[in-house]
Write a protein that binds this ligand. Structure first.
Ligand code: ADP
Ligand code: MG
Length: 571
């Protein structure tokens, strides 16, 4: 798209505001421009912590010679045309304001050669006014230099932190983009020294190794990819024995965009529950992909905050992905396999002076209602403690103990899995090695013949053979091959749920029946791995708190109620 000035009707729909607060915000805008231009190599160079010079060189598409001046006009962009485009923005920029805002408070030199042109164009602007224009011979791409930032807006200097803090902010920012775009080769030069260079080969772990060093890299765990509710989570998280005393090394990337979201940070911290000491934070790089229409990026001038159509989906996916990755490091004995793994007694009787809810609340300033909602929205991630009476699992969550009925929970898991496969017409069947013939009494023959179509939709391959005989060739994969006759006979069994003695089988009823029959029974001993798998699967359910027939799957004892019952006051 050529660069054009947006129409006022579109401008009015864009979240406006100042984007140039500090050197790091200039670097962010320029980096985003280079990435939007499909660059494969980007070099960021700063001097005087970015106030004397910021130079960004890229080998991207470049700017057509006839459009370079226009790029510095407010609301001129090549990334957006009509208001409707705002609904599904794929580029990092779209407001057409950055270059204009930056140029207004600095001296800019830009040289750019467009990929379809033979020569480049060079401009020199002082406080936004064009001083010089030249045609020059340069490779395809763009080099932009920002000198003397804020020289004509000195009050802004007052709001800057120390030189080393500002440098640190820039380095962290470039680091985050280098991780988010591991297929781009980034070089970062600060005060004349190369601070890091990535290889651009697409592996985030290699980026981490080249920026943080291999000691940190060796303590990172790779996530997934983890998929849930149409959200895909990728990334790296630190093992619990590597932590930081602040959140600054938590990076959240949504559709390639670096965002700040304290609520989603809570999802990460909840997943680490009881694995990290209080006031310790992981190094985490979490990259999320969702359809663009699920995210509104047009909410904040710096585009670093986004709004989701369904935030709980994102929250649960992040929590699930991080938790699953951490628990993937759990051995069959249930002990964490980290270098300084907590001893079982520490792990099981971990003392929390504050519940997670309170910790999060104090450190994040999140509203109590929000946390409450998160805790009540779905099931929290649980840590299995064990099985009692061969029927119930005991688990610890962020706020107390949970007792899980293993049969009811498994019924719920099977039911949701079966229904989701059925809804998309993809119930998986398994062929029997040898077809089986069953005989029915004539009354049942009618019933079974009446529901053959439905059973077919549910993964059974059953055909009427004549003379009260049916041939069974395949059954749903969820059913153990040995159990299928029992499943069919119990479908034919006129049970208490049949009105007037005539079974009215809907697909949903059939699914429920099958799940009840095949779910793990009370009385069965489950191994540690099986207990954990059951909890993980239950966490993924839409409605984890009841079985398909409405009975509860989980009973919760909050820490508050325990404190109360033990007559403890205070913590
Ligand atoms: P936006 O990124 O929101 O479009 P900017 O003011 O940041 O607004 O940039 C204006 C335009 O200049 C962009 O739309 C793009 O066409 C062009 N541009 C800026 N930087 C580059 C670059 N490094 N490579 C190619 N084109 C660029
Ligand atoms: Mg931009």
């Amino acid at each position: 798209m050529p660069i054009k000035i947006l129409e006022s009707s579109v401008i009015s729909k864009i979240a406006a505001g100042e984007v140039v607060e500090r050197p790091a915000s200039v670097v962010k805008e320029l980096l985003e421009n280079s990435l939007d231009a499909n660059s494969k190599n980007i070099t960021v160079e700063i001097q005087g912590s970015g106030l004397n010079l910021i130079r960004i060189s890229d080998d991207g598409d470049g700017i057509p010679s006839g459009e370079v001046e226009l790029a510095f006009v407010r609301h001129a962009t090549s990334k957006l045309s009509v208001a409707h485009d705002l609904d599904s923005i794929k580029t990092l920029g779209f407001r057409g304001e950055a270059l204009a805002s930056i140029a207004a408070v600095s001296i800019v030199r830009i040289s750019s050669r467009y990929k379809h042109e033979n020569e480049g164009t060079s401009l020199h602007l002082v406080a936004g006014n064009l001083r010089n224009r030249r045609i020059i011979g340069i490779p395809v791409g763009t080099v932009i230099e920002i000198e003397d930032l804020f020289h004509n807006a000195r009050p802004r200097l007052k709001f800057l932190k120390s030189a080393s803090t500002e440098k640190g902010l820039i380095k962290r920012l470039v680091t985050k983009y280098a991780m988010a775009y591991a297929d781009v080769r980034f070089s970062f030069i600060s005060e004349g020294r190369m601070r890091f260079q990535t290889d651009g080969k697409g592996k985030v772990l290699d980026v981490v190794n080249s920026i943080y060093g291999v000691d940190v890299g060796s303590k990172m765990l790779e996530i997934g990819p983890y998929e849930r509710d149409d959200v895909t989570v990728n990334g790296l998280i630190s093992k619990p024995d590597l932590s930081r005393s602040n959140r600054q090394d938590i990076t959240l990337i949504i559709n390639g965009r670096n965002v700040i979201d304290s609520q989603l940070n809570v999802a990460i911290m909840r997943a680490y529950h009881t694995m990290l000491m209080r006031k310790k934070f992981p190094i985490a790089f979490i990259s999320i992909s969702v359809t663009n229409s699920e995210v509104d990026v047009n909410v904040h001038p710096t585009k670093s905050e986004v709004r989701f159509v369904e935030k709980t989906k994102i929250f649960r996916s992040i929590e699930g992905a991080v938790r699953q990755t951490l628990l993937g490091n759990v051995s069959s004995t249930g002990l964490l396999q980290f270098d300084n793994a907590v001893k079982p007694q520490d792990k099981y009787f971990h003392k929390l002076n504050l519940s997670d809810k309170e910790t999060v609340n104090k450190s994040n300033n999140l509203s109590e209602q929000y946390i409450e909602k998160m805790v009540d929205m779905g099931m929290p991630v649980l840590r299995s403690i064990g099985q009692v009476s061969n029927a119930y699992l005991i688990a610890e969550g962020p706020d107390g103990l949970h007792v899980i009925d293993q049969h009811a929970a498994h019924e719920r898991i099977l039911y949701e899995k079966y229904v989701s496969e059925y809804k998309v017409g993809r119930v998986q069947s398994q062929m029997l090695l040898e077809s089986e013939i069953i005989h029915t009494i004539s009354e049942d023959t009618e019933t079974l013949r009446g529901i053959l179509d439905k059973l077919h939709n549910l993964g059974f391959d059953i055909e009427y053979f004549g003379n009260d005989r049916f041939i069974i060739r395949a059954v749903p994969h969820l059913i153990d091959k040995l159990d299928f006759k029992q499943v069919i006979s119990s479908i034919l069994d006129k049970g208490a749920d049949d009105v007037y003695g005539i079974p009215e089988w809907t697909e949903d009823k059939l699914i429920k029946k099958v799940c009840r029959l095949i779910a793990v029974r009370a009385g069965k001993t489950l191994s540690c791995d099986e207990q954990m798998a059951l909890l993980r699967d239950l966490e993924k359910c839409e409605n984890p708190s009841t079985c398909p027939h409405g009975r509860p799957t989980i009973i919760h004892y909050s820490f508050a109620s325990m404190r109360n019952q033990f007559g403890r006051t205070g913590s």
